[in-house]
Structure formats: structure tokens, C-alpha cells
Design a protein around this ligand. Sequence first.
Ligand code: CA
Length: 226
Amino acid sequence: MKILIVEDENDIAVPLKNSLEKKGFAVDVAPEGKSALESIRKNNYDCILLDLNLPEVDGLRVSQIIRKEKNTTPVIMLTARSQIYDKLEGFDSGADDYVTKPFDLPELIARINAVIKRNSLNKLLSLRFDNFELFPDRNLVKKYKGGKVIAEIELSNKETGILEYLLRNSKKIISTEELLEHVWDSEIDLFTDTLKTHIKTLRKKIDPNKNIILTIRGKGYRISSH
Ligand code: CA
């Protein structure tokens, strides 16, 4: 298990690194947000311990950036007890958990193990809908009839991304903008026509009668709840 500690205070980072290494974790330390982002993009961490107060790019911002880049590595935010703890949860920071400083090491390790476990379960899970099952990690949809697989349908990355996002938010109407924001890279300038094309090919593959991916006129798309 590989962990990144993002912490500018050495007297916190160093003993924490040593303690976690004694428990068998591999540990990197980044002293500020920018180098943290570089490390996160280069390495595949199992968990990120992210100090809230960092010079320049702060912890909230780091967390928001990596989520925007579709990195799902679990983040535990480290905050001083005196900080705006209650307000934090109101932010859409993408953090999985919060721990206040000074922290109790066994408790922190328990939290680390909990978020890592949750994350690996999320990745494994397939998504059932109608008589289909989506395997997001394999870009694959299986179609069932009478409990048996009758077709295996391959999807592109984008089609998988669109379908996964709609399924994970199946109670909501998802606007075109929201889909573009979550499924496409943030740097790429996009047109709604691109999305329409992908929805069209996705429907052709799994939903030719258009009764699974519903178009809500003027609002966006929603997965049928029947
Ligand atoms: Ca700090």
C-alpha cells in the first residue's frame, strides 16, 4: 500500500511517515500542493493524506483538482481542530474523510484502511440496469435474458464514462454540461454535438428503442427507472 503525505510541517510529516512505514506502508511526502499534484499524476497511490493549510495551492484546491482530473484515489484531509471543520463538509472538495490534528495514530490508520477498502470495492462493482450489467473497468456491457448472458457489448472509453456517470446518478437528470465536465478532460473544449454523437452510438449498442437512456428535453439525460 502506497501513501502520499502532503504536509508542509516537517515535525508532523516526518514522524507520520516513519510511523506509517513501520506499519508496512510505502510513504512519499510532498511539502506543498504543486509537487503533490506532480506526484499524484505520476504515481498510483492507495491513499492521500492531505493537509488543509498548505502554502500556495491549499489542500482543498489539490483535492478539487485531482477529482476534476478523474483521479479517484481516496483522500483524507488533515485539519487543525480550530479550523472551520464544520464548513469543510459543505465544500465539494472530494475528500473521503477528515481527521483533526493532533491525530491519534491507530485511529488514522483505521481510517486509511477503511477508505482504501471502500475505494477498491467501488472499483470492482459492476452496475446493473434493466437486463444489462456494466463493467466500467472493462468497457463492457453484458445483456441478460432469463439469467443467462445473451450478448457482450464492447463500449468505447467515452461511452463507458457516459453510461457509468448516468447509472451512478440514476435518480437525477444530468445536464449536457455536467456530463461533459465529468466524462471529458477538462482542457478539451467541447461541443454538445460531440456528446450527442456518443449518446447516439451508445443507444445503438444497448438501447435501440431509446427506453433506457431518456432524453429530457431542454434539461439533459436520465436513466429510466422502470
Ligand atoms: Ca500546514
